[in-house]
Design a binder for this molecule. Sequence first.
Ligand code: ADP
Length: 485
Amino acid sequence: MLSLKDPLLLKTQLFINGEWVKGDSGSTFPILNPATGTEICKLASGNKNDTNIAIQGAQSAMQKWRQTTAKHRAKILQKWHALIIENIDDLASILCAEQGKPLAEAKGEILYGAAYIEWFAEEAKRIYGDVIPSNNTSQRLLTIKQAIGVVAAITPWNFPNAMITRKVAPALAAGCAVVLKPAEATPLSALALAELAKRAGLPKGLLSIVVGADAIEIGKALTDSSLVRKLSFTGSTKVGKLLIKQCADTVKKTSMELGGNAPFVVFEDADIDKAVQGAIASKFRNAGQTCVCANRFLVQRSIYQEFTDKFVAEAKKLKVGNGNDEGITIGPLINAAAAQNVHALVTDAEKNGATKVLGGAATHLGANYYLPTILTNVTPQMRIFKEEIFGPVAPIIPFDTEEQALELANATEAGLASYVYTQNYARIWRFSENLENGIVGINEGIISSEVAPFGGIKQSGNGREGSKYGIDDYIEIKYLCMGGI
Ligand code: ADP
């Protein structure tokens, strides 16, 4: 059993229109701890009827909310932020139990997630319109920015807290209401956040949480509804493409945070020790299960061996185990199927000539675990070069020239994050400008922050989360043309 200071933060029902409910079907599904395989609890399983009730409630709650002042909305968001910080230990325990990441990392995610709420509470007050110089002296032209309408949000299991606040906070700040469907593997963090939002005084209906064993049914109810004007999705490229299609019939605005295939490029003039530190942070955080994790290490041939040796030495220090235990730096993957997928990529690479210099198959810890793994002699033809690994595996590919590095880096349909290590300032500019990615880490492996725009190009999606741009996804621009002046 999960032991919490405030046991009321562990919720086992849906949160619809400000109430905890067991849902239309009355059925439940189990939530498992990936570190132990044990059941944390059974959760009410929502369906399309629950989703439609939540959408109706959101539409009606929004009418009042959108008319409130930004200052009023900001106050409630700030209260929510404060309650999250107060309850960080419990929220981290819930997150660690359902998702598997080490407790310290879970706490980091709670702080990171809460920072979006604080940020958008501040940004709520800065949704400015324009006065546009007119071509006609008898007219005055203005724009105002207004809440887009009911927002549907669908979030993944790798950041069960932060992916929610990144979407919900700007939506609420802009004056919208949200119906959220968290991942069925990790809904408990979202539900605990909803409980704290309720305690912060968020009026009912502005945030409803529907989750169930059948994600497709709930997703369809969200995309089919003409009341829902916006869908914000974080997840796989495959599901993102499907949801964009489903949104076409009602012409919803969408923002998509999809898969990545981040290149991590190390030039011979880089500070190798710093590059190794960045590589460890970027690759192994959350056991490699982030969409900005380095997926392909491109290393200049003259330093290939030195980088590899140092990288292996550092990776050996990582400690795999139950994230709730002291000193663990890599937890389990989300489930056994995820570990099998990672292993299939490693096996395919080895079969095609890659050399395993560290790690490999799962350990005695169980089928959900995978050891930190480093592969050399990887080529662009291998599956592991082309696909998102989503596990603690680092393939290293040599290159000779800057042109070749750029070609390899951009040889993917994904375009989320990238990393480049070099001391040459001209190369920093040249290379960063030519990388086909939404985010470039330059001599830096950890790039996410609520103050900066997070998002991808190409098939990694569209829209930006966080920063002054993050609110744009939740507003419409209305043009007012005043004549007869
Ligand atoms: P992952 O492979 O990382 O689990 P998914 O894209 O499958 O990524 O899942 C991300 C989110 O999308 C989860 O909340 C999941 O339940 C949801 N999801 C998956 N398939 C669908 C679908 N067809 N319609 C709506 N939501 C979906």
